[in-house]
Design a protein around this ligand. Structure first.
Ligand code: HEC
Ligand code: HEC
Ligand code: HEC
Ligand code: HEC
Ligand code: HEC
Length: 474
């Protein structure tokens, strides 16, 4: 048995003893070792990475080396055969496979040495690639396509949470799916076939149970939460007003009783939207305590209830948990509150808003024109202030430019309002996608639109809310 096999192998080894085949063999075995090593780590270790772009290494680089090595072996064999045949030196009998034979021994030594060297090189390259690709820097910065999401991420409460925590989640199937997606995205970027702006459908993300809820307890009871919003006016003095709201966040109390905003929506509500980003919701099903289901359908919708189906979770409200895109108003109000746009400059709220909302061809164009616009306005309209408060004007202009650069990306077609925020109902449909007073059940129940169910409005655009004075907050 071994004898015949050995005989058949003799010509292969004889012709295979050439540099090309030996290098091919070493490449194949080295990349195989590295791949096996990574698989072992991924399956048993803690270091298994979930980065989607690792597909670049695992699905492209290592297999390519492996296959290239496999191809080099027969090519080398063929070339050596041809060479020997052309000079008429084909042997009549092939040498026996015998370790005592120095020619064989050297061949084997070369393969072992080359495998080892290749293993070190390929392994180091792959390991460094993995570490690099696992960093948020890689996800956010290498790829200019993600500039808008990266900019918003850096200043978010999750700026220390790795992209993969929310985008990939845990589990093997998540990792495989993400890898395929990542490879597809790399191809799209290479061939410039990605959508601009990048769409953000929640259906592409893992359910919150596998992501958000790994860190946040869904059942935590929050109770009421005080929300104070400060706004500046378009008058010369940039007059300040405040809105004070007590939000009934509720949650799950110690008796497992669901209440308020957080409590009620944990009940696996299923809804149907007509668009990928779930901005138009035509129907939602609520599960009642007695096991029955109430379906609320928008009375504006006449067709069959069909579309994008989803079970409501954290991200339906907190879709901007990390990629927080501001509205021009909220951005400038925030900046004026911390004085980085100076409220002492006359009409700075009105002028600033106009400047950041104008159309520009690029961020560079915007930076130049916003700065110029501020200088022009104050030097022409308020020469005294232009002379005495030059520093304030320049700093405010700088902040306005930063606000623009953080929210608007002409190269990706990302404008003000491209990415809706589903919390609230004043800037985007948000809660009113369902609670618009227009979603009605068959038996005539309307999904609530009562202001007091969600919050107490203690003051709305009030110059001097008494409640804040009472609370000692002014
Ligand atoms: C705390 C969770 C969280 C983290 C951390 C996070 N994201 Fe997201 N990301 C989301 C959610 C939720 C959406 C959906 C937004 C929407 O529907 O408006 C999203 C959407 C996106 C989108 C839009 C396209 C898509 O895939 O839906 C991109 C691109 C993106 N994120 C990139 C990143 C990058 C890059 C990082 C790391 C620098 C990151 N994200 C970190 C939660 C997160
Ligand atoms: C890896 C852990 C982790 C994951 C995953 C995560 N978060 Fe968080 N989240 C945090 C931490 C930590 C904070 C608190 C940050 C702080 O207080 O500065 C936070 C803060 C928040 C806040 C409060 C923000 C504020 O302004 O007070 C919300 C809302 C939130 N997360 C929602 C989500 C949602 C929705 C998801 C899923 C898309 C998610 N988180 C995923 C760790 C996480
Ligand atoms: C129906 C919409 C909705 C859903 C669903 C929802 N939230 Fe919230 N959540 C809110 C609103 C509204 C606030 C208050 C926002 C504000 O303060 O501006 C909030 C606030 C929070 C906060 C900050 C709470 C604090 O103590 O200040 C965290 C953390 C949070 N949510 C996490 C989650 C997680 C995790 C889930 C999923 C289990 C979830 N939310 C589901 C609407 C929702
Ligand atoms: C996908 C549709 C949908 C969205 C979006 C939605 N809700 Fe709801 N909400 C429901 C349904 C369904 C119920 C349960 C109605 C029932 O029990 O019959 C509900 C119940 C509530 C309740 C309890 C009402 C009561 O009568 O006690 C509150 C409070 C609430 N939602 C607040 C919010 C807030 C705040 C937002 C936005 C941050 C929001 N909802 C977004 C579907 C939605
Ligand atoms: C389904 C729940 C819900 C209903 C019903 C609702 N609101 Fe709200 N409202 C919210 C949430 C959530 C916020 C907080 C948004 C945020 O965190 O920025 C909010 C914020 C506000 C604010 C603060 C303004 C701001 O600058 O964001 C005002 C004013 C307001 N609501 C008015 C009303 C009025 C008036 C009604 C009744 C016609 C109403 N809301 C009904 C959920 C609701």
């Amino acid at each position: 048995m071994f004898g015949t096999l050995e005989k058949k192998l003799r010509p292969v080894l004889f012709y295979g003893n050439n540099p090309l085949s030996l290098i091919g063999g070493a490449m194949t075995s080295a990349s195989a070792f590295v791949m096996i090593g990574f698989w072992v780590v991924a399956i048993f270790g803690h270091g298994g990475s979930r980065n989607p772009y690792l597909g670049l290494i695992f699905d492209l680089f290592l297999p390519a080396l492996f296959v290239l090595g496999l191809i080099l072996i027969p090519v080398g064999i063929g070339l050596r055969y041809k060479h020997l045949a052309s000079i008429g030196q084909l042997p009549s009998a092939y040498p026996r496979i015998d370790l005592a034979n120095p020619v064989f021994r050297r061949g084997i030594e070369v393969v072992i040495a080359a495998t080892f060297i290749n293993f070190v090189i390929v392994g180091t390259a792959s390991y460094r690639g993995v570490s690099y690709m696992d960093s948020p820097n890689f996800c956010g910065q290498t790829c200019h396509v993600m500039a808008p999401q990266w900019a918003a991420y850096q200043v978010s409460p999750h700026s220390h949470v790795a992209c993969v925590e929310c985008h990939i989640g845990s589990g093997i199937s998540a990792a495989v799916e993400a890898k395929m997606n990542g490879t597809k995205q790399l191809v799209e970027v290479t061939f410039h076939s990605y959508p601009a702006p990048i769409k953000a459908p929640l259906s592409r993300l893992r359910p919150a149970r596998a992501t958000c809820e790994q860190c946040h307890m869904p059942t935590r009871f929050v109770g009421d939460r005080l929300l104070v919003k400060t706004a500046f006016g378009d008058d010369e003095k940039n007059s300040v007003t405040r809105t004070v709201v007590v939000l009934h966040l509720g949650g799950v109390d110690s008796l497992s009783h669901l209440s308020g905003i957080h409590g009620h929506h944990l009940n696996n509500f299923e809804y149907v939207a007509t668009d990928e980003t779930d901005q138009t919701i035509i129907a939602v099903k609520a599960h009642n305590a007695d096991g029955t289901v109430t379906e609320y359908v928008s009375s504006d919708w006449k067709g069959p209830v069909k579309g994008v189906e989803r079970v409501m979770d954290c991200m339906d409200c907190h879709n901007q948990a990390t990629h927080i895109f501001q509205t021009p108003q909220s951005a400038i109000n925030e900046a004026m509150q911390d004085n980085s746009v100076s409220p002492s400059l006359p009409f700075v709220h009105k002028e600033g808003l106009q400047l950041i909302q104008a159309e520009y061809s690029s961020q560079t164009d915007a930076a130049a024109k916003i700065t110029h616009g501020m200088e022009q306005y104050y030097s022409a309209q308020y020469p005294a202030i232009w002379n005495s408060q030059r520093g304030q004007i320049e700093r405010s202009a700088k902040t306005l430019v930063a606000i623009y650069k953080r929210n608007v990306f002409p190269s990706m077609n990302v404008k003000w309002g491209t990415y809706p925020d589903n919390i609230g109902h004043n800037d985007f449909p948000g809660c009113f996608r369902c609670h618009d007073g227009n979603h009605v059940s068959k038996d005539g129940k309307t999904l609530t639109n009562d202001c007091r169910v969600c919050h107490n409005l203690l003051a709305v655009d009030d110059k001097n809310p008494k409640v804040l004075a009472d609370l000692g907050m002014q």
